[in-house]
Design a protein around this ligand. Structure first.
Ligand SMILES: NC(=O)C1=CN([C@@H]2O[C@H](COP(=O)(O)OP(=O)(O)OC[C@H]3O[C@@H](n4cnc5c(N)ncnc54)[C@H](OP(=O)(O)O)[C@@H]3O)[C@@H](O)[C@H]2O)C=CC1
Ligand SMILES: O=C1O[C@H](COP(=O)(O)O)[C@@H](O)[C@H](O)[C@H]1O
Length: 506
């Protein structure tokens, strides 16, 4: 791996402290960092280098999956860190920053390879990129890369404007757009799961798959982020990026028999191009939006979204979105993809359920005894787990047909954090698990009409109790095709229907 300088904008912020420093430290311990690297932390807070190093150390003690125990390794790691106080709007400051970067490059004898990571509010992305260019920080004799955090735009127009601005300073190949779901080990494993297992690869299409269900449910509410979340909602916060990425990954992976194209990024773009658009007029038939009301999470009372600090008592923000999507290509024609995400739901679970088509009627003497459809459940969070549900006769129960699960699991605490995998890739120059601009643009294009339908209040906003599986209306999306949500890996169906009211815009 090339020796490089890592320049972190927002190094005094939450993401740096909770995720980025621990990720770099774990890579360092695993010798997955360049042998020589220079780290420059930026923020407005007035830190000396020593204060900054001790701040980083505290973050490792609190958040790293491996707590620092080897004193000399920790010292070597922290020794690479320097701090420079910079307001992102201060043009002259960038020129001073360049001097510091060059001084460190000379001290360490490393080439001018520079990684810029923007862990700051999105309104600063364009000004930082342009100041990097103007100051000469971006004129390197080596490579330069820009890692950019979400959100990438607020809608199609702003995303295009942001991309146009960034493109003035960085080439597309130099821009690494983070979607932390793409860093999750199980998501990175999806392609291998299908391509390295012909038994699954052979089934991975509309010939054998009846429907796909993608869920990202959370038990947390809006927490302290009302300022951001009120104008984002679940549709921008989770659906436009993470959920569509999971859909793309699921539909893009294919066995070598089915597709000669082995470039997952290109295949994902192909999936988005084939996504059937939803018109504003028709949105209510394919999309359900909801907002959590009061309820209980794991038996603890929880207030409704409208009672949360910083939230308007008449807020129409969506905290839940479910959708039915169709991919009009030869592999996925007629297979509905059901997607849902919500806050304050019954459990924290991110998973993909593949429901296979029903087989022939059971011919071995059990008459009309119904069998459950075979399912492959790929659990991404909280634990990683793959469960294949099969049917078998139970000799201990009069030969009754019963579902059984084959399961493989990996406890979450043994796995690297997604940021570790993504930073490692970015340092190596591998953009496979970063979002290409075309993916982002096509995802916004699809979502844009939905945003407008929300804005124009064309869809009911259903309240759902905190601690539930979301509004019952989301069940109807599947019932139209004769399916139901598989609520968890043991396959429980949705509960009985409640009568539903809707929130009215005031
Ligand atoms: N936190 C998280 O879990 C996640 C965050 N993100 C994204 O990551 C980015 C950072 O988030 P987060 O760390 O939570 O944000 P914070 O608000 O915690 O931190 C913001 C950082 O920006 C710096 N900053 C603010 N204004 C200026 C300025 N004018 N000049 C220079 N630096 C400035 C702050 O430094 P100082 O106060 O010292 O000036 C601080 O380091 C955002 O884009 C967010 O959407 C994405 C996914 C998850
Ligand atoms: O990006 C975001 O993701 C988190 C959920 O991430 P996970 O890894 O815990 O599944 C979500 O809580 C947050 O609102 C959103 O901004």
């Amino acid at each position: 791996m090339d020796a490089a300088t890592f320049i972190l904008f927002g190094s005094t912020g939450d993401l740096a402290k909770r995720k980025l420093f621990p990720a770099l430290y774990n890579l360092f311990l695993e010798q997955k960092m360049p042998q020589h690297f220079s780290f420059i932390g930026l923020g407005r807070k007035p830190f000396t280098d020593a204060e900054f190093q001790s701040y980083v150390e505290q973050s490792l003690n609190t958040f790293s999956r491996r707590k620092p125990s080897d004193h000399s390794a920790l010292k070597a790691f922290l020794g690479c860190f320097r701090y420079y106080a910079l307001d992102v709007n201060d043009k002259a400051g960038y020129v001073e920053l360049l001097k510091l970067v060059q001084k460190r490059e000379q001290e360490l004898g490393i080439p001018e390879n520079r990684m810029f990571y923007l862990s700051v509010a999105p309104e600063f992305f364009d000004v930082i990129a342009s100041n990097i260019k103007e100051s000469g920080l971006g004129d390197t004799a080596g490579w330069k890369r820009l890692i950019i955090e979400k959100p990438f735009g607020h809608d199609l127009k702003s995303a295009r404007a942001l991309n146009a601005e960034l493109s003035k300073s960085f080439e597309e190949e130099e821009i690494y757009r983070i979607d932390h779901y793409l860093g999750k080990p199980m998501v990175q494993n999806l392609e291998t799961l299908v391509s390295a297992n012909p038994v699954l690869g052979a089934l991975w299409s509309n010939r054998h798959i009846a429907n796909v269900q993608i869920t990202a449910s959370e038990t947390v509410g809006v927490e302290e982020r009302a300022g951001y979340y009120n104008s984002a909602g679940a549709i921008r916060d989770m659906f436009q990026n993470h959920l569509l990425q999971l859909l793309m990954m699921t539909a893009a992976i294919s066995s070598p028999m089915q597709s000669a194209e082995r470039n997952i990024r290109k295949q994902k773009i192909g999936v988005l191009r084939a996504l059937r658009p939803i018109s504003k007029e028709d949105a209510a038939h394919h999309i359900i939006r909801g907002q959590y009301g009061a309820g209980a999470i794991q038996e603890k009372p929880a207030v409704g979204y409208r009672e949360e600090p910083g939230v308007d008592a008449a807020s129409m923000t969506d905290t839940f979105v479910a959708a039915r999507l169709w991919i009009d290509n030869s592999l996925w024609q007629d297979v509905p993809f059901y997607i849902r995400t919500g806050k304050r739901m019954k459990d924290k679970s991110t998973r993909i359920v593949i429901e296979f088509k029903a087989g022939i009627k059971e011919p071995y003497g059990s008459g009309e005894q119904p069998t459950e459809p075979n399912r492959l459940t790929i659990q991404i969070n909280p634990d990683e787990k793959i469960t294949l549900q099969l049917n078998q006769k139970n000799a201990l129960n009069n030969g009754q047909l019963e579902p059984v699960n084959m399961e493989f699991s990996m406890p979450a605490n043994q796995l690297p954090d997604g940021y570790e995998l993504l930073l490692f890739d970015a340092l190596r120059g591998d953009a496979t698990f970063f979002a290409h601009w075309e993916e982002v643009e096509l995802a916004w294009e699809w979502v844009q009409l939905v945003l407008e339908a929300f804005q124009e209040n064309r869809l009911p906003l259903y309240p759902y109790p905190s601690g539930s599986y979301g509004p019952d209306a989301a069940d109807a999306l599947l019932e139209e095709q004769g399916f139901h949500w598989w609520q968890n890996e043991s396959g429980h169906k949705a509960g009985s229907r409640r009568s539903e009211k809707v929130y009215q815009q005031v």
